[in-house]
Write a protein that binds this ligand. Structure first.
Ligand SMILES: NC(=O)C1=CN([C@@H]2O[C@H](COP(=O)(O)OP(=O)(O)OC[C@H]3O[C@@H](n4cnc5c(N)ncnc54)[C@H](OP(=O)(O)O)[C@@H]3O)[C@@H](O)[C@H]2O)C=CC1
Ligand SMILES: CC(=O)N[C@@H](CCC(=O)OP(=O)(O)O)C(=O)O
Length: 348
């Protein structure tokens, strides 16, 4: 291992986002994976849990209390909600932390409690966390030691909406986000709702009017709209392993056309390596981003005058989680944001 390498620990490496980090970091020229943790799978080589990762020379999975934090530059935290905050609080300070859970995303403690059903266990850390939507919080991320990586649905919705709200091209009221996700978004843990028989050959809405990503989306959009935001967000579970597609209905501001929205988005993301706006009226599909850190956005006129439809897609495990986490690590460390993220979409 090179002496200039970034020494990395991954907490929760036996889960989907942890495994995805290992896959992606295999292409990062400076990443040195020094520690991997698991709970039930502790004691095993990661290649036994995920045979596709057996090609890498990796440390054995250990429990978190066996971790040597002092030897690490960066920790990716891929643990379940609520578990995460107590664990991060207990770690010695030093390494930069990129947290993939929802624990440090909501800034208002009362909103956190109302959304997650319990009081936050590490409010002093919450105040120091920076929201990690890379393209829009870059300056704050550069200075952060604790990055709250956004949720997968939230990234899908926020990337197309932020430039339009910032430029006042759409009305802040009446935004509808209809989103569909693959089942890996629910994690690897065995759950009734993730069973083949519950998911195959069908689609269903869930979390209607209550999903915990709604306040996260509203908090982020309010940062750019300069006013409180309320949105309608409905997630659906699809019979596919990866991918999210968000169809977003917006009302145009006075005198604005759907073409203006397209021009704004294309301009806003022209220099971004991971967000790409398709030609006007072209629409993206989840298979166009599978396995990559890309978010693709399409803009289409509505049949209803004064309205427009946006379609946004990403891979929930990459731009929606582990890919964006690596992008954030690169920002925090002052590296080229693209390092380790050159994977092309796997099509079809
Ligand atoms: N899946 C997705 O698309 C996305 C997930 N996220 C978030 O990222 C985080 C990780 O998600 P994901 O990888 O899907 O989850 P998984 O359920 O697939 O993995 C969870 C990991 O945490 C470990 N773990 C579970 N409980 C404990 C505990 N009490 N102490 C220590 N380790 C524990 C598990 O170990 P073991 O299996 O060995 O018990 C496993 O390695 C979650 O907070 C999730 O909400 C964010 C964006 C997208
Ligand atoms: C399909 C599915 O179950 N998806 C998850 C969201 C996963 C994710 O991005 O988000 P968090 O990090 O906030 O968990 C859900 O609806 O809760």
């Amino acid at each position: 291992m090179s002496s200039t390498g970034i020494r990395i620990g991954i907490l929760g490496a036996s889960g989907y986002t942890g495994a995805e980090l290992v896959r992606l970091l295999g292409d990062h020229p400076q990443a040195e994976i020094r520690a991997l943790t698991a709970e039930r799978q502790a004691g095993k080589p990661l290649g036994e849990v995920f045979p596709q990762l057996a090609i890498y020379d990796l440390p054995t999975l250990v429990k978190i209390d066996e971790l040597d934090v002092g030897g690490l530059d960066v920790i990716f935290c891929c643990l379940p909600h609520a578990t995460t905050q107590a664990i991060i609080k207990s770690l010695p300070r030093g390494p930069k932390i990129i947290d993939l859970s929802a624990d440090f995303r909501l800034r208002d403690p009362a909103l956190y409690e109302a959304t997650y059903g319990h009081a936050h266990q590490a409010l002093e850390l919450q105040e120091q966390a920076v929201y990690g939507l890379s393209e829009h919080y870059r300056d704050a991320i550069r200075k952060a030691w604790l990055v709250a990586n956004p949720g997968c649905y939230t990234t899908t919705a926020e990337l197309p909406l932020i430039p339009l709200l910032k430029e006042r091209l759409i009305q802040p009221e009446g935004i509808i986000i209809d989103a569909k996700s693959g089942v890996s978004g629910a994690g690897r843990d065995a759950k009734q709702g993730s069973l083949f028989t519950e998911v195959t050959e069908g689609i269903h809405a869930y979390g209607v009017a209550t999903h915990r990503h709604t306040p996260e989306i509203e908090q982020c959009l309010a940062d750019f709209a300069g006013r409180p935001m309320r949105v309608t967000f409905t997630p659906h579970l699809m019979p596919m392993s990866r991918g999210i597609l968000g169809t977003i209905y917006v009302r145009l501001a006075a005198g604005i056309s759907p073409e203006d929205l397209h021009r704004c988005l294309a301009g806003a993301y022209a220099d971004e390596p991971f967000v790409h706006v398709l030609p006007f009226k072209s629409l993206p599909a989840t298979r166009h981003v599978r396995g990559s850190n890309l978010c693709l956005i399409g803009v289409h006129p509505s049949r209803i005058p004064g309205e427009a439809i946006l379609v946004s897609v990403l891979d929930n495990l990459v731009k929606g989680a582990s890919g964006q986490a690596i992008q954030n690590m690169n920002i925090v460390l002052g590296l080229d944001e693209r390092l380790g993220l050159s994977q092309r979409p796997l099509f079809p």
